[in-house]
Design a protein around this ligand. Structure first.
Ligand code: ZN
Ligand code: ZN
Length: 361
């Protein structure tokens, strides 16, 4: 792992800041390697300081790279302890502009900081570290690839378990179990198993509903390996598919394939979204595709760049995105197909190997 803190420091000039307080945990993780659930990182022009509480003492000393580690005392707030440490440390000068992550900074912390360092200016920023993370390093892609392989293997093992009477929750529990059994740390998000009319819910997490013959079933599943996720959706039918199920499936499949075909360096994210959306709109279901085409995949399952109509980001080699069009018809059901895709030098590579033909179980 290269020194990512230095990569951030090189951005200070253009951001017009002298120091940067990082509070989003996934950004802290990416910058210095810490995986715990509490902490804050200060990056100065020349150095970096990380603070967390006593529960993470050993972990922080083991994991944190390229930053000094402070552990704060029990019964004192993080803001109070960290700010006191910063005050004692004469190397740090807070007379200048201090960047903060506007979407993640705790208001209490910011107010306390301001009262102790009245000469500092807190400057709101957005997506500074998130932007640095978009193009993946080789090791990050290796981890995502492993996670994708595990999810492919798990789905292949779970599909034969789909029988009338089994519940969505039963299937989701099997997915969680098998993810871990095959080496994942945990599920990347709460598994979606949405059957029959419930498949019309784009985020229908598994319920106690029993699977019935004729149900269309959406599986949206993923797992973490070394802190990096997979995220895959497949839609299947229990029994023989109806003409309508085939029709909707074929439209989504074509939309997904056309989007993947178009992904290459230099394309804008919104162009890929609109290509996929056009196929669904031309088929008459434009208003049933109710979300963006996909999202970046990184230390957060939903990372940058978004493959959405709003994103003007240009695709670059090394970015990893999901491609997941869907059609959702209330009272009838829905279909979504999702793959994880790496942008390569001259196009892209779909990592998932799970079949995309309509599977009738
Ligand atoms: Zn998904
Ligand atoms: Zn997704």
């Amino acid at each position: 792992m290269k020194n990512r803190i230095q990569v951030l420091q090189r951005r200070f000039k253009s951001l017009g800041i002298a120091n940067f307080l990082i509070s989003r945990l996934s950004n802290i993780r990416w910058l210095c390697g810490y995986t715990g659930s509490n902490g804050i990182l200060l990056v100065t022009g020349r150095d970096a300081y990380f603070i967390t509480d006593g529960r993470y003492k050993n972990q922080a000393h083991e994991q944190v790279k390229n930053a000094h580690v402070f552990i704060y005392e029990p019964y004192k707030s993080m803001a109070e302890s960290f700010i006191r440490e910063l005050k004692i440390n004469k190397e740090i000068n807070f007379r200048g502009r201090v960047g903060i992550e506007a979407l993640w900074m705790n208001v209490n912390f910011a107010e306390h900081f301001k009262s102790v360092f009245p000469k500092s200016d807190l400057i709101s920023t957005e997506n500074v570290v998130e932007d640095l993370m978009m193009v993946k390093e080789k090791s990050e892609i290796t981890s995502i690839r492993k996670a994708v392989e595990i999810s492919d293997r798990v789905l292949a093992e779970v599909l034969p378990m789909v029988k009338p009477g089994i519940t969505e929750n039963d299937l989701s529990a099997e997915i969680t179990y098998l993810h871990k059994k095959y080496g994942a740390q945990k599920d990347a998000f709460e598994t979606i198993v949405a059957s029959g009319h419930r498949s019309a819910l784009p985020h229908g997490i598994a319920s106690g509903k029993k699977i019935e013959k004729g149900d269309i079933i959406t599986f949206d599943m993923g797992c973490f390996v070394d802190g990096y996720p997979s995220d895959m959706t497949r839609t299947v039918v229990l029994g023989k598919a109806t003409a309508k199920q085939r029709e909707i499936y074929a439209i989504v499949k074509e939309s997904q394939a056309k989007a993947v075909e178009a992904i290459k360096p230099g394309r804008k994210c919104y162009e890929i979204d609109s290509l996929a959306r056009k196929i669904i709109s031309d088929a008459g279901y434009g208003d049933k595709f109710t979300h963006g085409l996909g999202h970046g995949l990184g230390v957060e399952v939903h990372s940058k760049p978004a493959l959405s109509g709003l994103s003007k980001t240009t695709l670059k080699s090394g970015m990893v995105v999901t491609v997941e069009p869907g059609i959702y018809i209330e009272g009838w059901g829905g279909v979504r197909i999702e793959d994880d895709v790496i942008v390569t030098e001259d196009g892209c590579e779909v990592m998932n190997k799970s079949p995309k033909e309509l599977i009738e179980l």
